[in-house]
Design a protein around this ligand. Structure first.
Ligand SMILES: [Zn+2]
Length: 364
């Protein structure tokens, strides 16, 4: 049912896009709306007292051990750790959002993944997008999930050789992997074998359960991946996810408060479940006779698992630096070296493309 409701919301957006992009073909309009994915801009400001407002205002994680509480799209967390803004093989993006917090298992995975990406496939390093808020919980904009510290977004854009400034991390545009004038088609000028390898590397870790990618990217992988396909089924088609991919970890073993998700079905996923995305159904406008769906009620803290009320009020750690992986020196690296970074090459590698992609609707 959650799926249905979310689909309706998307449909409303598409109806607007069809008018906006009057000159484009229907298929083109669908593609464009996928790239835009600007749900954040449409969302009204959360009411004071809503879970989004409360968790969004918290600046620091709780003290004590790390614990994911609840489900990826309905929960919170204790004891989060922050990914340092910089590492040898990563740079964190959009620092103003304060969403570099995650379960320590996720922070370790990102470090390992970025190291392996460089060592095994020559990817220079990863740009890391949103992980979670300091205590998880629902966000103002951009995601339905990312609430328990076990989801992380990684850009399809490689880490540049230079260290980006704070401002560049705010402003660097997303680069879609899709062709703008075609329906659900990967752009061969942007896509690369190395990106395919990056996805399969991410899928290779046993603690990774799913990786969300745009249906066009999943299809491209199905059509072209000639290596071991054992983990191809972990790549799950989803709206958006055309300029970043989304890594979802399993609940850490023994974490009883963490509500897991069913494992992906056996097989490579290059089947009916993928073919559905290429039908009209996911993109169809609502039937005129259908009653307009009621806007969903705002999620309150009391709608989350009971323990999340205590998480809101639990004492904070002393500072963000204290909670950063690698300690205060890792945390302060960005501010400690204000050297003017060379301008980012926004030429062929980084064409300018639309606003923040997001994870709506939450199907998986
Ligand atoms: Zn995501």
């Amino acid at each position: 049912m959650a799926f249905k409701a979310q689909t309706f919301r998307t449909l409303g957006k598409l109806a607007i896009d069809f008018r906006t992009f009057g000159k484009l073909t229907l298929a083109g309009a669908i593609g464009a709306s996928l790239v835009a994915g600007d749900v954040g801009a449409q969302q009204k400001t959360p009411s004071p007292g809503s879970a989004k407002a409360i968790f969004g205002a918290v600046k620091l994680p709780t003290q004590g051990p790390a614990q994911p509480i609840g489900f990826y799209a309905k929960g919170c967390m204790t004891g989060a750790e922050a990914l340092p803004a910089d590492g040898p093989t990563w740079q964190a993006m959009r620092l103003s959002r304060n969403r570099r917090w995650g379960n320590p298992a996720m922070i370790s995975l990102l470090e390992k993944f970025s190291q392996d990406a460089r060592a095994k496939i020559g990817w220079p390093g990863i740009l890391v997008g949103d992980i979670a808020q300091p205590r998880g919980g629902p966000m103002f904009n951009g995601h339905a999930s990312h609430q328990i510290g076990l989801d992380a977004d990684v850009w399809f854009t490689p880490m540049p050789a230079q260290r980006l400034t704070y401002e560049q991390r705010e402003d660097l545009p997303f680069t879609t992997m899709l062709q703008k004038d075609k329906f659900l088609t990967v752009d061969p000028k942007v896509w690369s074998e190395q990106r395919a390898e990056l996805l399969m590397l991410a899928a290779s870790y046993p603690q990774v359960q799913r990786i969300f990618v745009n249906p066009a990217i999943k299809k491209k992988m199905c059509d072209t991946w000639t290596g071991d396909r054992t983990n191809l089924g972990k790549l799950r088609p989803e709206y958006g996810h055309d300029s970043h991919f989304h890594i979802r970890m399993k609940c850490p073993p023994g974490d009883k408060g963490c509500t897991g998700q069913a494992p992906v079905a056996a097989g490579d996923g290059c089947d009916k479940s993928l073919a559905w995305w290429f039908t009209k159904e996911p993109w169809a406008a609502p039937k005129p006779s259908a009653k307009p769906p009621k806007p969903p009620r705002e999620v309150m803290v009391s709608d989350l698992p009971k323990a999340c009320s205590a998480v809101v009020n639990a004492p904070s750690i002393a500072s963000a630096e204290a909670g950063t992986y690698g300690g205060p020196s890792a945390a302060s690296a960005l501010t400690a070296a204000p050297a003017a970074a060379p301008p980012v090459d926004t030429g062929s590698a980084l064409p300018s493309v639309g606003p923040v992609p997001n994870d709506k609707p939450m199907v998986q």
